[in-house]
Ligand binder design. Structure first.
Ligand SMILES: Nc1ncnc2c1ncn2[C@@H]1O[C@H](COP(=O)(O)OP(=O)(O)OP(=O)(O)O)[C@@H](O)[C@H]1O
Length: 232
């Protein structure tokens, strides 16, 4: 489903005229099968967010290729990538990124509105998801009236509502206490099993990373899987 080959990326660091190019992704290669949960664990600064941003098309890599659902995405224009992203990726963030002026229901509904789906089609779809993620009792609450775990459930339902097959999760339990973390991880596993969704989770936490079918580690931009060095 996702084939990443020899991704290489550097950032420019330092004052203008005296910048240094520092490599952040060093020939990263990664294959992700449909329906897998894959985790990429690494310390702060190891390159996890950069890898996720390149995969999602928010940044263009310096070199290397990314094929998602048979489409070479690293060559798409910005507008082509935005359309591709909308149809293929859902996003879950550490800080939920909900719209404060919209209820839980309306936050989940928003991507469908943006896609121009009529209300009659939107509502049954959102209602089913509200039920699936366990928010029926609080669907008309605003984000500041919800617990952290409930807010993350809203954000997960919003990621699923457009039927994107791949969910990219950036520290999905980073703002939650350990009990709520377990609930959210169980929800991710059950959605993976029941809907066959592919999850890519980046985290600094091995406990979170351990729910994955395949666990990778990033060390200073070098990706390692199961002790085997993929890249040197
Ligand atoms: N826009 C940028 N310009 C220059 N350097 C950057 C930029 N973005 C990230 N970096 C550097 O690239 C390296 C990798 O950053 P990245 O955010 O991908 O790491 P991370 O593993 O996600 O870290 P964290 O867990 O703290 O979010 C870091 O050394 C960071 O300082």
């Amino acid at each position: 489903m996702i084939h990443i080959k020899d991704l290489y990326h550097t950032f420019s660091i330092g004052k203008r005229g005296k910048e240094k190019r520092v490599p952040v992704l060093k020939n990263v290669s990664l294959d992700i099968k449909k329906g897998q949960i894959v985790s990429i664990v690494g310390k702060s600064g190891s390159g996890k967010s950069t890898l996720l941003h390149v995969l999602a098309g928010f940044m263009r890599p310096e070199s290397g290729s990314i094929i998602v659902a048979n489409q070479e995405t690293s060559r798409l224009s910005e507008s082509e990538h935005a359309a591709f992203r909308l149809n293929n990726f859902g996003f879950i963030f550490q800080n939920f990124q909900l719209m404060p002026g919209l209820t839980a229901f309306e936050n989940i509904e928003l991507p469908l509105k943006l896609k121009g789906i009529p209300k009659k089609e939107r509502h049954p779809n959102v209602e089913a998801l509200v039920k699936k993620v366990g928010l029926t009792q609080v669907a008309d609450h605003y984000p500041n009236e919800l617990s952290g775990g409930q807010q993350q459930r809203v954000s997960i339902a919003r990621a699923l509502v457009t039927n994107s097959p791949i969910i990219l999760a950036d520290e999905p339990t980073g703002s939650l206490d350990s009990e709520t973390e377990q609930e959210i991880l169980l929800l991710i596993q059950s959605l993976n099993e029941s809907l066959g969704l592919t999850f890519v989770i980046i985290t600094h936490d091995d406990e979170v990373a351990n729910i994955a079918h395949e666990k990778y580690r990033l060390h200073d931009g070098v990706l390692v899987n199961g002790g085997v060095l993929h890249v040197v």
